[in-house]
Design a protein. Structure first.
Lengths: 370, 290
């Protein structure tokens, strides 16, 4: 029966969408008072490395569990390749999961773990053996095939978990913070490994993480979540450079928030200086707005401001090797952080209390929804 | 070692998860330095084992006394082994313990699954308490209750057999089998079962391929505990058994009422040794499986 789920898979539709999440809500609690997911809709494309990013408790793992079939949605529908799979049990969905704690079967060898899904699908023994060998090669674990899962390291367990989830050739692979248990060096290695696996297998990966850097380096697209809602979906570049709202800007990277005035597609800062080209997000009217400027998208020189430069006073200078961060105070009393790369010579000519003239790079001003 | 170097300065490379890093006692404090520690320790072991040692010793007594040593002999073992009533009782005890421990383990396994592998439901704590009830209720109360019920059935049907004893033993063995099985299920990571579901296993396949193999040490522990408890039981057996249905404990009790000979010591020693073997076996099995 689980096999039929795979067999009836429709011939690759023209639509680019792999997983279509349509208005899904998930309520928990005895009185359904906890909204883990609040009317979430998102279309995840085929062959895409898609990341759900957000703080803990934002609903990203719940969304993953709904897609896997471990949690039935309270409302909404879930389509896979155009077919409604909302009512299917987890074993009937051609979707596999890499769990946060790997969840390897401790009573089976590495090879038997990888073979498990194929066995359950009732594949012939020879096919299973070949596939397991192929998978072991893919994750570079051939020599450990008959080991017990308790006898291998965390990084190796991680790879076995990946191989096990990939072996049945699912349409979608779900990864629930799979790198969080690894140390920094191994995590970096596995990030590259995951990207390699994704491009080699051409699968749709849905990756859950709370680590913004991980999301930025690995994803094709990112959905930033908070309080059960998706706030913004976009490429890492879009999300980083042009977050739609304050939460997204704050969650990813460092931010300066400034008060400004919007008129058409021109923005004037309250702190003075020139006007900047900026695209306002939908639903933001002309008038008083909040804008974002990333610290590395502005620069400063010592001296009094002239022309379109902003006048500021240096409060602190923080040297951090590759860059120097200036904490400035604008004439409107708004704080402004500026991060400038260090050259081989003396890093900065600024002293505390000095005047500084700030230049904001073209396109660096992003109007926020709130 | 590498773990104690400054954090961050040296990033740990892939290390095989240390299975037996061993817990270190907190520095500067150990109970064994307290005054009187060794006295208490010695007394405890003495109280636990001295009577048993004497019992074992006198099972090898050549004489008929339990108090006067008359030289080493295996005569009481030979006599016990040749005593048809002893053999009859031993066989009955083993059948009874085997049957009731098996049935109790099956019931306990299902009860443990129902109380750990279902969504939280109202009254689950009540269910725990109810399953463990025989541990709380004095055995004599259960015995009298069973005596009355079974006597009533016996009168109604005129049917007498070992089944009454098996039923009675199963009843009080269930909580003993239930405890280790439930403990095992609770420490088992239930994501494993979710993972199996994710990998196309039907609920029945999940049970057969993942849950059952992993809970097996718990079931074995539960079975052994139930077996030993059943083998040892006097009170309920005495109340429920029909005429002539002696088990080893009730036979020994009967013997003690007449003449006490080291034969009972010999039988006790055999039970003791078999019990010790069973318990060691259990520890060995559960260690291997983990």
């Amino acid at each position: 029966m689980s096999e039929t789920a795979l067999k009836t898979r429709p011939a690759a539709t023209e639509s680019e969408t792999a997983v279509d999440v349509i208005g899904i809500s998930k309520l928990f609690g005895s009185a359904q008072e906890i909204r883990a997911l609040d009317d979430v809709s998102v279309a995840i494309r085929k062959n895409e490395f898609f990341t759900l990013l957000g703080p803990s408790g934002c609903g990203k793992t719940t969304l993953l569990r709904v897609i896997a079939g471990f949690e039935p949605p309270t409302m909404g529908a879930l389509h896979l390749g155009g077919r409604d799979i909302s009512r299917l049990a987890p074993n009937q969905r051609p979707i596999n999961t890499v769990f946060q704690n790997y969840a390897l079967f401790p009573h089976m060898s590495v090879a038997n773990n990888i073979a498990f899904g194929l066995e359950m699908l009732g594949k012939p023994k020879n096919d299973i053996r070949d596939k397991v060998t192929e998978m072991l090669q893919l994750v570079r674990m051939e020599e450990l095939r008959s080991r017990r899962t308790s006898e291998i390291s965390g990084g190796q367990q991680q790879r076995v978990a990946l191989a096990r989830a990939l072996a049945p050739q699912p349409e979608v692979l779900l990864l629930d913070e799979p790198l969080s248990a690894l140390d920094l060096k191994l995590r970096k290695e596995m990030q590259i490994e995951l990207k390699r696996l994704q491009s080699e297998t051409g699968l749709t990966f849905i990756f859950v993480t709370h680590d913004q850097e991980e999301a930025l380096t690995m994803s094709d697209r990112i959905a930033v979540m908070n309080a059960g809602k998706i706030l913004q979906v976009g490429s890492p570049r879009e999300i980083y450079a042009h977050p739609s709202e304050r939460f997204v800007a704050n969650f990813i990277g460092e931010s300066n928030f400034l008060n400004a005035h919007l008129s058409g597609n021109r923005v004037t800062l309250e702190a003075g200086g020139g006007t900047y080209q900026a695209v306002a997000p939908e639903g933001v009217a002309d008038g008083k707005v909040s804008v974002l400027v990333r610290p590395e998208h502005a620069s400063a020189r010592p001296g009094e401001a002239a022309g379109e430069e902003l006048a500021a006073t240096v409060e602190t200078v923080v040297y951090s090797g590759d860059a120097t961060t200036l904490h400035l105070r604008l004439k409107t009393e708004e704080p402004l952080k500026i991060k400038m790369p260090n050259g081989p010579e003396q890093s900065t000519a600024f002293g505390e209390g000095d005047s500084a003239a700030v230049t904001i790079a073209p396109g660096a001003v992003t109007v926020l929804k709130d | 070692m590498s773990e104690t170097t400054l954090s961050g300065s040296k990033i740990e490379t892939e290390t095989v998860v240390p299975a037996a890093s061993g817990k270190k006692a907190p520095k500067g404090y150990s109970v064994s330095t307290l005054p009187g520690f060794s006295v208490v320790a010695i007394f405890t072991f003495f109280a636990l084992y001295a009577p048993i040692m004497i019992l074992v010793l006198y099972s090898f007594n050549a004489g008929t006394s339990l108090a006067i040593w008359e030289g080493f002999s295996l005569r009481w073992y030979v006599q016990a082994a040749g005593n048809e009533r002893v053999i009859d009782a031993a066989i009955r005890s083993l059948i009874l313990a085997g049957a009731s421990a098996t049935i109790a383990s099956i019931c306990a396994t299902m009860a443990a699954l129902a109380t750990t592998r279902t969504r939280r439901f109202k009254g689950r704590t009540m269910i725990y308490a109810l399953i463990n009830q025989p541990l709380m209720v004095p055995e004599i109360v259960t015995a009298v209750a069973l005596l009355i019920v079974f006597a009533w059935i016996k009168v109604m049907t005129g049917y007498t057999s070992l089944l009454y004893l098996i039923a009675a033993h199963t009843a009080f063995c269930i909580p003993f089998a239930y405890l280790p099985i439930r403990a095992r299920l609770e420490t088992m990571d239930d994501t494993l079962e979710v993972a199996a579901r994710d990998l196309y296993a039907s609920p029945m396949q999940v049970f057969r391929r993942v849950t059952l193999p992993l809970m097996w040490p718990g079931i074995i522990a539960g079975f052994m505990l139930a077996f030993v408890i059943s083998l040892d039981d006097v009170v309920i057996t005495e109340f429920v058994k029909s005429a002539g249905q002696e088990t080893i404990p009730t036979y020994m009790l009967g013997q003690l009422r007449r003449v006490v000979t080291p034969e009972v010591n010999a039988i006790s020693t055999i039970i003791l040794v078999s019990g010790a073997i069973l318990v060691s076996l259990f520890f060995w099995v559960s260690r291997e499986r983990r």
